[in-house]
Design a protein around this ligand. Structure first.
Ligand SMILES: C[S@@+](CC[C@H](N)C(=O)[O-])C[C@H]1O[C@@H](n2cnc3c(N)ncnc32)[C@H](O)[C@@H]1O
Length: 264
């Protein structure tokens, strides 16, 4: 009888593990809502409680374990591996990251603004492709994320190219010229909370931070989605806009990037 009980418990545990590790992730990756509920609520909450650490701390540990100091591409690879094999996270990710890379390379910007740093994944991608005299300012209002991002950026050896500013975009955008001596941005990567894309774009216009030819690149325009921003940017005579179809980071759900040229 004890043997039967032991077999039942072991079998039950193995089944639960298989569901948690493979079956549920394989199913939810096709459904936007389920992806976020499973990975962002259930798994993150569970692992935070069990390990008494946060997801950004676990991501940083993966970088320190698997990436080479001073090698940005190894940092990007370590984070992608962590997110594909261990825990999903809200980085732009490897698939849309390739589109981001190609836009950065094409624009070859001297001044870049990133809205939404999180753990610094896209910051590292962008900064590693910038010319030596270029500057990237990245804004993050969550101090815990900012603290992790600083360490990720330093591990990649990119702290000289990146200025991480802690605070809300709505507060900092009007201070860009005065505090950082910025004339205009060549490239802006919008990847913060989705309801801020439109007001912050209008704020950048008002503050004179966009010049003729400045590029706005917006992530997650389909999932979770930014309908008011898309409506504006696609219909305004001040922009020429193009959609790059892709998938929500580390899933099969459709998402994409909107690249918009400011026409002045
Ligand atoms: C999707 S994550 C950014 C991911 C990051 N760009 C990457 O790909 O690695 C969005 C981040 O924006 C930050 N955020 C949201 N709204 C913000 C705001 N108004 N100002 C500054 N940071 C903001 C959040 O705290 C979060 O860390």
């Amino acid at each position: 009888m004890w043997l039967t009980l032991l077999y039942s418990c072991t079998g039950g545990a193995a089944l639960l593990y298989a569901l948690y590790r493979w079956v549920i992730p394989a199913v939810v990756q096709y459904h936007a809502g389920l992806v976020l509920i499973w990975h962002d609520r259930i798994v993150e909450g569970l692992l935070n409680t069990l390990t008494q650490t946060t997801r950004p701390q676990r991501m940083l540990a993966a970088v320190q374990k698997n990436a080479t100091r001073g090698d940005p591409r190894s940092v990007v690879k370590a984070i992608d591996q962590f997110c594909r094999q261990k825990e999903w996270a809200m980085n732009v990710g490897d698939e849309k990251g390739c589109i981001l890379d190609s836009v950065v390379t094409e624009v070859n910007p001297a001044t870049v603004l990133e809205l939404g740093t999180y753990c610094g994944y896209s910051t590292v991608r962008i900064a590693s492709l910038l010319p030596s005299n270029a500057k990237l300012i990245t804004l993050e209002f969550n101090p815990d994320y900012a603290a992790i991002a600083r360490q990720v950026i330093a591990w990649a050896g990119l702290e000289d190219k990146v200025q991480l500013v802690e605070g809300a975009s709505g507060d900092w955008i009007p201070k860009m010229k005065e505090k950082f001596g910025i004339e205009t941005f060549d490239l802006v990567f919008l990847d913060h909370w989705k309801d801020r894309y439109l007001p912050d774009t209008k704020l950048m216009e008002e503050c004179g931070l966009l010049r003729k030819g400045s590029i706005l690149l917006a992530d997650n325009v389909i999932c979770p989605g930014t309908p008011d921003y898309l409506e504006y940017i696609r219909n305004s005579p001040r922009y020429k806009s193009q959609y790059f179809k892709s998938h929500l980071e580390y899933t099969k759900v459709e998402d994409g990037l909107e690249k918009s040229v400011f026409l002045g």
